[in-house]
Ligand binder design. Structure first.
Ligand code: ARG
Length: 586
């Protein structure tokens, strides 16, 4: 934030502070409640204590001591605040210059270079339903991966597939009872989930089924070749299904090793807990007492069940150690909801082991669980949403119907599209509606899904952002027809005083890097969404009040085209961070 640091340095000088204190001053800077009062506000309450003077008096003296310069137009005291008006023309020149000099990189940084982040996200379970929660994890995780990479971090995308555990006992049991080759070939994962559900139901009526499932899983753990071959086949079928969905969303991972891959390391890890004196027996099971380790009460972590089967928690402990040995991460983030207790147990147990074995690096402290709220109200034609693929299909089909209705009602604003264009627009708008919905609130809030709301072209929606982008592109098409260029050259100087709406848009653009920084440090993609919504709103205020292409006024036309170009570049970059396609026509 070069402007803020400039202002902070000026304030430092006016206060007779050492220049090193500029950061401390910069943190106090805010914005006035009403933009007419100024662009930045400096509160004098804190100084009042050290200076033993009333805040309004300090504000008045300080305002008088701030000379206008190339960035500061004026400084005026208002009660206990100093309000600063920036030089609009100069700031506009600099902001547009910065965006247009590097449209792809503006807002990013190299701050994270060298600090590798492992992001564990999506991680669906094979032969169990792909819950809607997995979409949110997939989406938030992919957003965080892009945001952290934009901040310069090397990012390792990890899909820790749920391909081990007692659920396989159920599926294999069901397969042995009722399995039909034909159906498996036709319907793959759908069929596996049906089998799983069927076995689960049967176990409710007949406890013997659970017993058999448990035994089958133990045989799998012991490496029984027949059972292993079945498992292998189910795993591959499921993975192929997941891959189709990831491809559709344009999401990739660097590593798909799941719970099964870590299994060979689990016993040795359990033995380390035993040797360190951290494991104890409890009702036939092997547990680690972790209460109090993270400063609160946590139930014990179970390393092994009483029947000898390994646990999800033991696998996560072994896998985290392996992860550290492979990647020496600066941060290890699990984007998983409603497993707070599980991750607290794992991190606490690792912390105990670190102390007992005197690890040179306290890396368990770099492990984080990024949790998120629950999505209510999602259902599709096929009923309650189990498969992400069905949700994406429904979003696409609904988007298509909306586009067709708009075209029928207003053919000038929504001219007919070719079949291929309509396909592309429907798929992109459908995805935008779903993906943006997930980040339209902070991640920990529970959210209620409603098809009609998320697909609207106005309001806090993905399609609204896409539509704003498409309208910007429409302006460039008109400018090109009239030989006016494409707005990619910033004006050497702004041709006159900036209108309030132009200024609002410049100030919005200026905030991109700070929004990305907050999104990265708070692990909160919503910060990018919120920024983009603000940017689109500022743009629409500008668009409604300022004529961009004005043949009578070439310099203004050029300056405004550059402003639209900068807005389009930042909007497109921000949408890309959220995995949303920026459309040229809609
Ligand atoms: N497969 C798990 C589930 O669906 C999520 C796995 C998250 N990652 C981890 N390392 N535990 O609940």
């Amino acid at each position: 934030m070069p402007f803020t640091s400039h202002i902070a340095r000026v304030l430092c000088a006016a206060l007779d502070y050492a220049p090193e204190r500029a950061d401390e001053i910069a943190r106090l800077l805010g914005s006035p409640p009403d933009p007419a009062m100024g662009d930045l506000a400096f509160p004098c309450f804190q100084l009042a204590k050290t200076l033993r003077t009333a805040p309004p008096k300090i504000a008045a003296e300080l305002a008088a001591a701030i000379p206008p310069d190339e960035l500061i137009a004026s400084a005026v005291a208002s009660g206990p605040y100093v309000n600063i008006h920036l030089d609009r023309q100069e700031v506009a020149r600099r902001v547009l210059g910065a965006v247009l000099a590097d449209p792809e990189g503006y807002g990013g940084s190299r701050a994270g270079a060298g600090a590798l982040v492992v992001l564990d996200f999506s991680a669906p379970n094979i032969a169990k339903p792909f819950h809607f929660g997995h979409l949110r994890s997939t989406n938030l995780g992919a957003d965080l991966a892009r945001i952290l990479a934009f901040r310069g971090h090397p990012v390792l995308r990890k899909n820790y597939i749920g391909d081990w555990g007692t659920q396989f006992g159920f599926v294999i049991h069901a397969w042995q009872q009722w399995g039909e080759e034909e159906l498996l070939r036709e319907r793959a994962i759908d069929y596996l989930v049906e089998l799983y559900v069927r076995a689960h139901r049967a176990s409710e009526a007949d406890p013997g089924v659970r017993e058999q499932a448990r035994e089958l899983f133990l045989r799998l753990e012991q490496g029984d070749p027949q059972i292993t071959a079945l498992w292998q086949r189910f795993r591959e079928l499921s993975l192929a299904g997941f891959m189709k969905t990831y491809q559709r969303l344009g999401i990739g991972f660097d590593n798909y090793d799941g719970e099964a891959a870590v299994n060979p390391l689990v016993e040795a890890t359990i033995q380390r807990f035993v040797r360190a004196g951290l494991a104890e027996e409890s009702e036939g099971a092997l547990v680690v007492q972790v209460s109090g380790v993270l400063g609160r009460e946590i139930a014990p972590l179970m390393l092994r069940k009483s029947d000898g089967a390994s646990t999800y928690a033991a696998r996560d402990c072994a896998e985290a150690i392996d992860r550290w040995e492979r990647y020496a991460f600066a941060a290890n983030i699990y984007v998983v909801s409603r497993q707070e207790d599980h991750f607290a147990q794992v991190f606490a147990a690792l912390k105990l082991l670190a102390a007992a074995e005197q690890w040179p690096q306290p890396w368990p402290e770099a492990c984080e669980n990024v949790s998120f709220g629950y999505v209510r109200g999602m259902s599709t034609r096929k009923g309650e949403a189990v498969w992400l693929e069905d949700v994406l299909d429904e979003a696409r089909d609904r988007a298509r119907r909306i586009r067709e209705a708009k075209s029928a009602a207003n053919p000038r604003a929504f001219p007919g599209l070719s079949a291929a264009e309509l396909d592309h627009v429907s798929e992109s708008v459908g995805q935008a509606a779903l993906l943006y919905f997930d980040v339209s609130s902070r991640r920990l809030s529970d959210i209620s899904f409603d098809w009609d709301t998320v697909l609207q072209f106005e309001g806090n929606t993905g399609p609204y952002l896409q539509y704003s982008h498409a309208r910007m592109c429409g302006i460039f098409r008109r400018a090109a027809e009239q030989g006016l260029g494409d707005g990619s050259t910033p004006p050497a100087q702004w041709p006159g005083a900036l209108a309030d709406e132009e200024w609002g848009l410049v100030m919005a653009l200026r905030g991109f890097g700070a929004a990305v920084e907050r999104a990265a440090s708070e692990r909160e993609p919503h910060e990018v969404a919120r920024f983009l919504h603000g940017l689109a709103s500022s743009y629409n205020a500008f668009y409604n009040n300022c004529i961009v292409i004005d043949p009578a006024n070439p310099p203004t036309t050029q300056a405004r085209l550059a402003l639209v170009r900068a807005s389009q570049a930042v909007l497109a970059r921000g949408l890309a961070l959220l995995g949303i396609r920026a459309l040229e026509t809609m």
